[in-house]
Design a protein around this ligand. Structure first.
Ligand code: SF4
Ligand code: SF4
Length: 419
């Protein structure tokens, strides 16, 4: 697309943003892939429309306020990237744009308070646990609260699972095959700490020593995707210090893995850009790592037949191009039949804090995904991201479905251990 963007004036993000705008040929192949086009039905709520809006703001031809409602409605699901024949890297445009916009936009006091509350709690498991316990007391009042507050409360379970304290090191069982470090996540440690325990159990049983660096912090993806560049840089730098030289850095939350892979962009133009690239190269989803490592033996036959629907988390399938590995792992389990979901490419509406920021669209997408799971005939739905798992659980319960919602690695652990 022709443009008059002054990349130098923008700073370190100028070049990748200009490249994303320039490589868009306006063909519209991405429209059908975009969930917000399906929901809102306007050109301005498509990838192509948003690219034009961002281009015009960057050129100075459009006021920021006119573009923001459509850019705020973007899930950041990146479904537009694999759909694009010109290879537009939309992620290099939307998150830097949000970071630039944050310095210029006016937010209401209510919005500022909500953002402050989210950024003070969600990335910090101890604070989030306390906040979630307090919030669960307010659940009976949920129907009387405004949309975003109601959405926050509805996502919380009526009781939180017991907190699990992670050790700094877990020894490999049997012959030592490798040493990895685990990015333990934030909200996931509160909402479903068993996911980390399952990850550690599978890895150690497969001969992998697991380190859990104590100094690690939130990956910063939540901050980055809502335009808080300062916080995202701070989290990224702390993790660059925290993770040692190991064979791989393992993530079991799609959003975190994709977030670390964006460190080179977050730290672009700083002295840490090279180190960010090194860490981004070493970070890997648990499903990819296990597939590369290979099964050390057969998974025992349980005698049960289970139909599993696999839901692609956007930041795994689109953000990291990982979709076949988790499916192959599940198919290795004797008795498992894997089924595909209708409109599988559509986001479930969780998307970081989107549930809170855009509750109506998030709710509609979540309900559609839960209905697709129910139509699939599956007894279990698997995914690789805590946000998706929480969203699916909430909507399946609302629809009175008894379908179980599990992380891929929990299903694998249960099959290996015979639980
Ligand atoms: S498919 Fe790619 S090139 Fe075509 S309009 Fe969408 S972003 Fe632009
Ligand atoms: S990131 Fe998702 S919601 Fe945003 S433009 Fe791309 S496909 Fe649409």
């Amino acid at each position: 697309m022709l443009h008059n963007i002054d990349a130098e004036k923008i700073g370190p993000f100028g070049e990748p943003m200009e490249e994303a705008v320039r490589s868009c040929v306006h063909c519209g192949f991405c429209l059908a892939a975009c969930p917000t086009y399906g929901e809102l039905g306007q050109e301005a709520d498509t990838p192509r429309g948003r690219i034009v809006l961002m281009k015009e703001v960057l050129e100075g031809a459009l006021e920021m306020e006119e573009a923001l409602p459509h850019l705020d409605a973007c899930l950041g699901c990146l479904a537009c990237e694999p759909a694009c024949p010109s290879g537009v890297e939309y992620r290099n445009l939307i998150s830097p744009f949000r970071a630039l916009a944050e310095d210029q936009r006016e937010r209401s006091i209510g919005e500022k308070l909500r953002r402050r509350l989210v950024s003070w709690t969600l990335p910090h498991p101890d604070r989030f646990r306390v906040a979630a316990r307090m919030a669960s007391l307010a659940r009976p009042l949920a129907s009387t609260l405004p949309g975003s507050m109601r959405a926050m409360l509805e996502l919380l379970p009526s009781s939180l699972p017991r907190a699990r304290k992670l050790q700094e090191r877990y020894e490999a069982q049997g012959a030592h095959r490798a040493t990895v470090a685990l990015l333990s996540g934030c909200a996931q440690q509160v909402m479903d700490p068993d996911i980390n325990m399952a990850t550690i159990e599978v890895l150690t049983r497969w001969g992998v020593e697991v380190l859990v660096p104590r100094e690690q912090t939130c990956c910063g993806a939540l901050s980055w995707h809502v335009g808080d560049h300062r916080a995202a840089k701070e989290f990224a730098r702390r993790n660059l210090e925290a993770f040692p030289e190991v064979d791989a850095v393992i993530t079991n939350a799609a959003g975190c893995g994709s977030g670390v892979q964006e460190y080179p962009l977050i730290l672009k133009g700083t002295n840490d850009e090279g180190r960010a690239e090194e860490l981004a190269d070493r970070v890997m989803d648990i499903s990819v790592y296990l597939e590369r490592l290979g099964l050390p033996g057969e998974i025992p036959e349980s005698g049960q037949r289970t139909t599993i629907a696999y839901h692609d988390a956007c930041h795994l399938a689109n953000g990291q191009s990982v979709s076949s590995e988790p499916r192959r792992l599940l198919q290795r389990i004797p008795g498992v039949e894997l089924v595909e979901l209708r409109d599988a490419h559509l986001c479930c509406g969780s998307a970081g804090t989107y549930n809170i920021d855009q509750p109506e669209v998030a709710y509609s997408l979540g309900e559609q995904k839960a209905r697709a799971v129910m139509r699939s005939g599956a007894q279990v739905v698997a995914s690789g991201n805590i946000g998706c798992l929480t969203q699916l659980k909430m909507h399946l319960v609302k629809l009175n479905s008894g379908i179980k919602v599990r992380h891929t690695v929990q299903i694998l652990r249960d099959a290996i251990t015979g639980k």
